[in-house]
Design a protein around this ligand. Structure first.
Ligand code: ASP
Ligand code: MG
Length: 457
């Protein structure tokens, strides 16, 4: 069996869901389990309703809910035609009435708890999975709705619930396997689960990828397909470099390095259950289903190319901390990092010498306050409008002379920090934001002009 997960943009309207049915039909011989997100932007809107209700804005919350109700009704009737729409109309009505009741309840008690937030946030997947099931049936696919809350068992850590794998796996086997055995296509909402006591939870934003991985790992899928609206992962941002190529295959670790740099196709951490079981994950485009996309595997196949991708992250601030006191002192780094922690500020890249530390942070408003606190310990300077450029590839590990090649290609550029992490699968450095287009396109020309056709399209 395989798992096919369709994200929000892939189910955003009737036309998109129609494409999803056609894509799934092609895969029927492989016994697909389908996982769907909420319609695009729906989860944001549900959370906006919850917030409005929590703030006592009853009318606003109910108006947003009415908009959502109409959108789903229109999508369903476009997909199903009037006759068949009548059949699920009552079910959708029931869901949206329950949502309105919850919103009124929140207004009445004047408090929005994480538990209620999760209940409200999950409506998007509850209704999208119903609509997709009906649309599939209407198109002659043997679809069966599976309520994910009956299968994905989590702890009660609302808004970021953690799956309880043993229980989840046995429920998946009990519920989903028999459907597959009868030639049916199980449809599940992503993102949602429930506690052992049946209280609704969610797996955190973007959690549908996680659902796909949990289901795939639990049922020993042959592969997991993540259907989105781009042709997989690229060697670099096509806005920075017109010659960007599609990456055909990438390792899980490499994909994880790129995630921080806004390769926002998916968050690889959520794929971990699948990767641990060696199940390949494919990123595919529901608007261009013939494209082969990107294959993410536990270990990358051997390739002659040194790098898989070049990423750049702008809006970085570099903080330089200099203290002669640091010479041979212990505990100094700890006190510095404590300052960042106290301000809940994530530090990304670090370089140290005997008397200085440089770190990068995403530009944030708290930087002045952080600098003031650091000023009590050392001399501090900070400068914004910087960017991190990161070259990723597992072959960095085994190839000598790479850093020399990278830096000689950009020898005229001022470099503020350099880091090659312990994982040895990336080389990162900090430059002025203004130099990003020049640096990325030059490095791309240097390392991707001739590439291994097995790995790049
Ligand atoms: N609908 C949820 C969200 O927007 C989960 C997902 O789509 O992955 O976060
Ligand atoms: Mg997503």
């Amino acid at each position: 069996m395989i798992v096919m997960k369709f994200g929000g943009t892939s189910v955003q309207d009737a036309e998109a869901i129609d494409r999803v049915a056609a894509i799934t039909r092609e895969r029927l011989p492989e016994n697909p389990v389908v996982v769907v997100s909420a319609l695009a932007k729906m989860t944001d809107q549900l959370l906006a309703m919850a917030t409005a209700a929590g703030a006592g804005n009853r009318e606003q919350a109910l108006e947003l809910s009415l908009g959502a109700r109409e959108r789903h009704f229109n999508t369903a009737s476009d997909l199903l035609g009037t006759g068949r729409f009548a059949q699920i109309h009552a079910e959708l009505e029931e869901e949206f009435n329950a949502l309105d009741e919850l919103l009124r309840g929140v207004v009445a008690v004047g408090e929005l708890t994480p538990r209620t937030t999760d209940n409200i946030a999950g409506f998007g997947e509850r209704v999208s999975s119903r609509i997709v099931t009906a649309a599939f049936s209407c198109r002659g696919l043997n679809a069966s709705l599976v309520d994910s809350r009956q299968c994905i068992v989590t702890d009660a850590n609302f808004t970021r619930a953690v799956p309880q794998f043993e229980e989840t796996n046995s429920r998946l086997s009990e519920t989903v396997k028999p459907l597959l055995a009868h030639g049916r296509v199980p449809i599940m909402g992503g993102f949602i689960g429930s506690t052992r006591d049946g209280v609704s939870t969610t797996l955190g934003r973007g959690g549908s990828d996680f659902t796909a991985a949990i289901v795939g790992a639990g049922l020993d899928a042959e592969r997991i397909e993540i259907w989105t609206d781009v042709d997989g992962m690229l060697t670099t941002d096509p806005n920075l470099c017109r010659n960007a190529r599609r990456i055909k295959t990438i390792s899980f670790e490499e994909a994880a390095e790129l995630a921080y740099f806004g390769a926002k196709v998916l968050h690889p951490a959520t794929l971990l259950p699948a990767i641990q079981k060696n199940i390949p994950v494919l990123v595919l485009n529901s608007r261009n289903p013939k494209n082969e996309g990107t294959r993410i595997t536990a270990t990358a196949p051997k390739s002659k190319s040194i790098f898989k991708a070049i990423a750049a992250k702008k809006r970085i601030t570099v903080v330089d901390i200099v203290a002669t006191r640091m010479l041979m002192a212990h505990g100094f780094l700890k006190s510095i990092f404590e300052v960042f922690a106290n301000h809940r500020c994530a530090v990304d890249m670090v370089s140290t010498s005997e008397v200085s530390v440089s770190v990068t942070v995403d530009s944030s408003e708290s930087i002045a306050a952080i600098a003031a606190d650091l000023g009590k310990l050392a001399d501090v300077k900070y400068e914004g409008r910087k960017a991190i450029v990161c070259l990723v590839g597992e072959n960095i590990r085994s190839t000598p002379g790479i850093a020399a090649k990278v830096f000689s290609a950009i020898s005229d550029v001022n470099i503020h920090m350099i880091s090659q992490g312990a994982s040895e699968i990336n080389i990162s450095f900090v430059i002025d934001e203004a130099d990003v287009p020049k640096v990325v396109s030059r490095l791309h020309d240097c390392f991707f002009a001739e590439v291994d056709p097995e790995v790049f399209a």
